[in-house]
Design a protein around this ligand. Structure first.
Ligand code: SF4
Length: 377
């Protein structure tokens, strides 16, 4: 069970006004300050020599990882420490595995499809994580080295993993929540093995995708499929990419001038911040426009337009500095910059800081860019 600062304090001398109350020997000004630091894992329990045995035992239990990490070559399964991503972050991505039977007549064909499958997300090349080989000969595994990890089924079954079958959606979903809650919130060691859901072959691809998506969100450490379907894996990988981000680190792209459809010195110039989600929404629209364009991405700590504006990460001064750095004035003859609609209040300020350019207020939503462009060219 995770201990709060108050729960820890109840055991300390300060709570009973006993000897050594607020003695500062632990380096904290008071017992309460120590309790809060300990709860936040900013200090170790052995810094207080006057801690009762009961609390020591609780702390020792808390130090142990609540969920084990199982490793297959470089692949890590489990090792989660929180129930909700916003509490800290999720540690190891849910692993996607496919079972292939080496004795099946279509084995080679299926294996080729698995090997060739990859998707590119945020410049990351993503492949199937794990292939579990049934009825495999040793030499078959040796010849299979690529980014995907391969394991014989008999070795896979020896790992400390808890298996749940996808027979009944509600039962499976409840079981996953129960196991994760017991492991993390109650620190019950009986539930510390990482969990995988096993999906038997089924013609119902929609149902399979829906259930797998749910288990991915709550709380499967691995999903194992008898079927291999490219669209299913592409969908799940996209979803996984959104869950396994660090909420304390905004997703950002490199600040620079991006080009779409072979622009020249007379092309349109758009501007936004380096928040990844905004960038990809705008970039996707510009890519699909039939007109060439530039997109200036300003450094804003990965913040969205409005957040950057309120945090003073997007100011006329920073924009002017960025354009100078990118040498925009010598790159284009165009003297118009289209800014996001949300930055309309900054138009005058930007024009003062960039006297060579006319500032045009664009759309609030990226999906309206095509319509907007039709009206200005
Ligand atoms: Fe309190 Fe222990 Fe720190 Fe002394 S060493 S202030 S008793 S927590």
């Amino acid at each position: 069970m995770k201990l709060s600062g108050l729960e820890i304090f109840k055991y300390l001398p300060g709570n009973h006004k006993a000897a050594h109350t607020n003695c500062k020997e632990c380096g904290c000004p008071t017992c309460m300050a120590f309790a809060i630091k300990l709860a936040q894992k900013q200090i170790t329990y052995d810094r207080c020599k006057y801690m009762p045995e009961e609390l020591k035992k609780l702390c020792q239990k808390n130090i142990k990882a609540p969920q084990k990490t199982v490793k297959i070559d470089g692949l890590k399964i489990g090792g989660e420490t929180v129930l909700y991503r916003h509490e800290k972050k999720f540690v190891n991505k849910t692993v996607f595995a496919v079972v292939l039977d080496c004795k099946s007549p279509d084995f080679e064909k299926k294996l080729e499809r698995v090997k060739n499958f990859e998707i590119n997300l945020l410049k990351e090349k993503i492949k199937i994580d794990l292939v579990i080989l049934k009825n495999a000969e040793k030499h078959q595994i040796k010849n299979l080295c690529d980014e995907t990890v391969y394991i014989e089924e008999k070795d896979f079954l020896k790992l400390s993993l808890k298996r749940i079958c996808d027979n009944n959606f509600h039962k499976t979903a409840d079981e996953l929540v129960k196991i994760r809650t017991k492991a993390i919130a109650e620190r019950d060691e009986k539930y510390s093995d990482p969990v995988y859901v096993y999906f038997k072959s089924t013609p119902d691809k929609y149902g399979l995708c829906a259930r797998a998506s749910y288990y991915l969100c709550k709380y499967a450490n691995m999903l194992v499929f008898e079927d291999f379907d490219e669209s299913l894996f592409a969908t799940l990988m996209m979803l996984r990419q959104n869950i396994y981000t660090d909420p304390q680190k905004p997703l950002q792209v490199e600040p620079k001038i991006y080009e779409f459809n072979n622009p020249d010195e007379n092309s349109l110039v758009f501007m936004t911040t380096n928040f990844a989600l905004t960038f990809y929404a705008v970039a996707n629209e510009l890519q699909h426009l039939k007109v060439p364009s530039y997109l200036i991405v300003t450094p804003a700590g990965g913040m969205s337009v409005l957040t950057a504006l309120s945090a003073e990460k997007f100011t006329a001064k920073t924009v002017a500095k960025t354009l100078k750095k990118f040498d925009l004035i010598n790159k284009v003859k165009t003297r118009k910059i289209i800014i996001p609609g949300l930055l309309a209040p900054m138009k005058n300020e930007l024009e003062k800081a960039l006297p060579e350019f006319e500032i045009i207020v664009g759309t609030i939503e990226a999906y309206s860019i095509a319509e907007f462009v039709k009206n200005i060219i």
